[in-house]
Ligand binder design. Structure first.
Ligand code: SF4
Length: 452
């Protein structure tokens, strides 16, 4: 693929947004592997060809077409899409048409740079004349990830519900992996089992997601969990429990975070990472919160037009949040009698923690709203240490670090920042070992939380 450097600014609005996914291949970047595959399977259930792209194979391209000042996830995903297109061109030859694909890259309207990834990537794609026809499909937190315009109207709500459910089930499978791998009877059993289970769940979503036959999907999940518990060696005693928070892409993407969970396990930990559903719930919660604030303001000003609009938003986002939390609760209710997996924190509870001492405010937005109280909650629940995983220079995570470090010192709970970029830090493993030494001492003195 040849590149040229002329920028068409109209393309930033014309070729980035919500486009119909019918008859297209919808390319999903890989963040958390399991959740991405279940989401793609859900799309397929609704007749849309969803495909998860390979990740990290195009990092050289990502580095070549970024300046180095972008956030690391932007560099990785830029490489992923360029690599995928290159491979497709080689595979299909003359039949290759970038217009057959829609590259899926959501955005956030917060104060940090995530809102700019898809604009930046549009400029990069447009620098390859062949890739001008490749549209970027974008959902935004501005409207709580509305999918209107991408699917037939009557399907949007069902797809949203099934898509959310796939996120929750992806979280549960991830949590199962982290729960059993440190205690497996033989090395490698868990990884092989979870890979097989992911494919089984993909098949289940493909068959049942379009009819919202969630009970059948949960039956399969239960079966998997029962089999998973057999991998645990009951002779291995409980290990220090470590919680992870941070930037969603980095903490979920095992290549980008240099497989930090596995490294922690190697030094004796059992780990729980913050979930993906927590972020989805946060976006609905935040929109609901905005709508309530807008309603109160317009009531004071007696402006009936805006009042009506805010009321409509309250009902819509409130309904989304209610449904999501209900679906998540029901799912954990089915699996927790089988194995004691960690449950998610409620976003409203996290906001209450922030308010106790005015540590930060949801008005400022970003993932710091989840990470700061998430860390405090881990400490209160009896975790033996907490790690903040994020891209080098990430703004919300740097804020998180500056606020929680003194608090964790006071609480006496080991805490560590782990910023990542494309390089390997020579001292990282040594720092993790030291952290794990401290966490083990904490565990010996205070015991640990048991998720129940
Ligand atoms: S959350 Fe961090 S990594 Fe993500 S766009 Fe914002 S600053 Fe960049």
């Amino acid at each position: 693929m040849e590149s040229d450097k002329i920028i068409d600014f109209q393309s930033l609005t014309k070729n980035v947004g919500r486009f119909s996914l019918r008859e297209k291949t919808c390319l999903i970047p890989q963040m958390n592997r399991i959740g991405g595959h279940l989401l793609a399977a859900t799309f397929r259930a609704f007749g849309i060809h969803g495909k998860v792209m390979d990740t990290y194979k195009g990092l050289d391209l990502g580095v070549e077409y970024t300046s180095g000042k972008e956030c690391y996830p932007c560099q990785i995903t830029t490489g992923d899409i360029l690599h995928f297109m290159k491979m497709e061109e080689e595979r299909l030859g003359d039949e290759f048409d970038p217009g057959d694909y829609i590259y899926f890259m959501p955005e956030a309207d917060g104060p940090c740079r995530f809102g700019m990834y898809n604009k930046y990537q549009r400029i990069v794609l447009d620098s390859f004349p062949k890739l001008k026809n490749l549209k970027i499909g974008s959902l935004t937190t501005k409207d709580g990830y509305s999918m209107d315009g991408m699917f037939e109207k009557q399907q949007v709500r069902d797809l949203r519900k099934s898509g959310y459910f796939s996120v929750v089930v992806g979280d549960v499978l991830d949590r199962l992996l982290w729960r059993i791998r440190p205690y497996e009877k033989e090395p490698g059993m868990t990884d092989e089992f979870i890979e097989r289970s992911m494919h089984a769940m993909e098949a289940s979503f493909e068959t049942h997601a379009a009819d919202k036959n969630f009970d059948n999907i949960l039956d399969k999940l239960e079966e998997i969990i029962k089999d998973g518990t057999k991998i645990i060696d009951p002779g291995i005693p409980p290990k220090p429990l470590i919680g992870i928070v941070g930037e969603i892409y980095l903490r979920a993407h095992t290549h980008a975070n240099q497989d930090i969970i596995r490294v922690l396990e190697r030094y004796g930990a059992e780990v729980v990472n913050a979930s993906i559903a927590e972020w989805v719930n946060y976006t609905s919660y935040d929109k609901l919160r905005d709508a309530k604030t807008g309603f109160r303001l317009s009531l004071k000003q007696l402006r009936f037009g805006p009042m009506k609009k805010h009321l409509k938003d309250i009902l819509s986002y409130g309904g989304d949040l209610f449904y999501q939390e209900y679906r998540q609760r029901q799912t954990y209710k089915r699996v927790r009698p089988l194995i004691n997996l960690a449950e998610d924190h409620k976003v409203a509870h996290l906001e209450d923690i922030l308010k106790e001492k005015d540590l930060f405010n949801f008005d400022a937005g970003t993932e710091a709203c989840l990470s700061i109280p998430g860390i405090i909650q881990y400490a209160r629940e009896g975790y033996n240490g907490v790690i903040n995983v994020y891209p080098f220079t990430c703004m919300p995570s740097t804020i998180t670090s500056s606020i929680v470090k003194p608090l964790m010192n006071k609480l006496g709970v080991p805490y560590m920042d782990t910023p990542y970029d494309a390089s390997s830090q020579p001292g990282r493993e040594g720092a993790i070992r030291t952290f794990m030494y401290q966490a083990t001492q904490h565990f010996k003195r205070h015991g640990r939380k048991n998720h129940n």
